[in-house]
Design a protein. Structure first.
Length: 433
């Protein structure tokens, strides 16, 4: 399930510079007719990202309910493997065979939006309906002043703390680190007292950018044309992680591995704390004793006070012949009732404020388990959470350039300032394309 719902699973380098994104679908793809009452019969093609078989019954139930309320609309559902979805939708848009509703993340959806391939939801959705979504989630889907998607489900980072290691180090597990400064302090104490690692801050590609934003750095100027992170805050971020790494206070895997390395080391009892709310179910399944000893807490943040939000969305390609019906289905899919049901099947948060008002997200209960506490803590952070790295042109190149630069600093190949200078130059070259 964790692989299926990995909120950072879509990665794509678009090799096409010009895509014909407008126009109608091939006429032969589907034919509309009239039902007995004279209403137009519509078929909508709906694509999701790797939800079968775990959520087959759930999605089929939504489709059945929607078709019951809208007898002239039929939904044809296609579930696509996560690794294939970006290529498949790009190919469909290129060949004028795009589906009517698609589940995409903001990063890739924004690339299609830049090609003017997606319906503008600011125009297609009423103000009343817009108000039903978490503000930060709705704003996550905006590029060049255009909202290109409707938010579906969310997550925020929650720190998982191994109570046993805290106690072994003489630290109070009920007072976990909440700032980068505290995290560094705890990491030093835990390493000295136990020989284990206290903190595992993964630097996996885009996570470097998130760390910098939380530490107060602006990634670009207001119009997104120039790098803005070569600042005291940006230098602090480079110096902070370089010192932790070179002092041996964080694992080498923090730089050279990926997020899977983080959970592997935590489950092995080698790390005291890390941001890993998405892994709590895996901990429960694979390490039940550790799970019982895990205390969830607020995400670690820095000078900005910001916390990261991951967003999954639904978009409507402009090629649809039935925009009104497609938007109607997208709103139905993401309404409060349906999102609440989805959230009870898997550890996600709804983007719908009506669903979030349910006690399920605010009251833990006396017999609460770590999974319950992760949900409560995660939901409580939504007011201060946002998509820290907004949709940007040539995003893959930008995040790779930043990762390469901070790697050079942490490995001692450059000073933090030299590495920051390099990243700034590369970003400005990429942003100028």
């Amino acid at each position: 399930m964790k692989k299926k719902l990995g909120f950072l699973a879509l990665l794509l380098v678009i090799t096409m510079l010009v895509v014909s994104a407008c126009g109608s679908k091939d006429e032969g793809k589907s034919k509309d007719s009239k039902n007995a009452s004279g209403d137009e019969q519509i078929e909508l093609e709906f694509w999701t990202m790797q939800l079968q078989p775990t959520f087959t019954d759930y999605i089929n139930g939504i489709i059945k309910d929607f078709e019951g309320e809208n007898p002239n609309i039929k939904i044809k559902w296609l579930d696509v493997p996560a690794a294939d979805l970006s290529k498949k939708i790009l190919s469909a848009v290129t060949t004028n065979t795009a589906p009517d509703v698609v589940n995409l993340n903001p990063t890739f959806a924004s690339q299609l939006a830049e090609l003017d391939a997606l319906v503008n939801m600011d125009e297609a959705v009423s103000d009343e309906d817009k108000a039903l979504y978490v503000k930060g989630a709705w704003e996550a889907n905006n590029i060049n002043g255009t909202t290109f998607a409707i938010p579906w489900y969310l997550s925020t980072s929650v720190t998982l703390n191994n109570k046993a290691i805290f106690e072994e180090a003489g630290l109070d597990p009920e007072k976990p680190a909440t700032t980068y400064e505290e995290a560094a302090e705890y990491a030093k104490i835990i390493k000295e007292k136990t020989g284990k690692y206290g903190y595992f801050p993964s630097m996996d590609l885009s996570l470097v950018l998130q760390h910098m934003v939380m530490m107060g750095a602006d990634l670009t100027n207001e119009d997104g044309t120039k790098a803005a992170f070569n600042s005291p805050e940006g230098l602090y971020a480079f110096e902070y992680f370089t010192k932790l790494y070179q002092d041996g206070l964080i694992p080498r895997e923090a730089l050279t591995g990926d997020q899977r390395s983080t959970i592997d080391m935590y489950q092995a009892g080698q790390v005291a704390f890390f941001d890993g709310s998405q892994f709590i179910v895996q901990v429960k399944e694979n390490a039940p004793d550790l799970y019982a000893n895990t205390i969830p807490s607020q995400a670690i943040t820095g000078k900005s006070g910001k916390k990261t939000m991951s967003v999954q969305n639904v978009v409507v390609p402009k090629q649809t012949k039935h925009q009104e019906a497609a938007v109607k289905f997208a709103l139905f899919l993401t309404n409060g009732e349906n999102q609440l049901e989805f959230s009870k099947l898997t550890p996600i948060l709804p983007s719908n404020v009506e669903a979030l008002a349910d006690p399920y997200f605010t009251e833990a209960g006396d017999d609460a388990e770590p999974t319950d506490l992760v949900r409560i803590v995660s939901a409580s952070q939504l007011d201060s959470a946002e998509l820290l790295v907004p949709p940007m042109k040539n995003y893959d190149e930008l995040r790779q350039a930043m990762y390469d630069a901070i790697s050079a600093s942490m490995l001692g190949e450059m000073t933090p300032q030299e590495a920051l200078d390099q990243a700034e130059q590369e970003w400005n070259d990429i942003l100028a394309k």
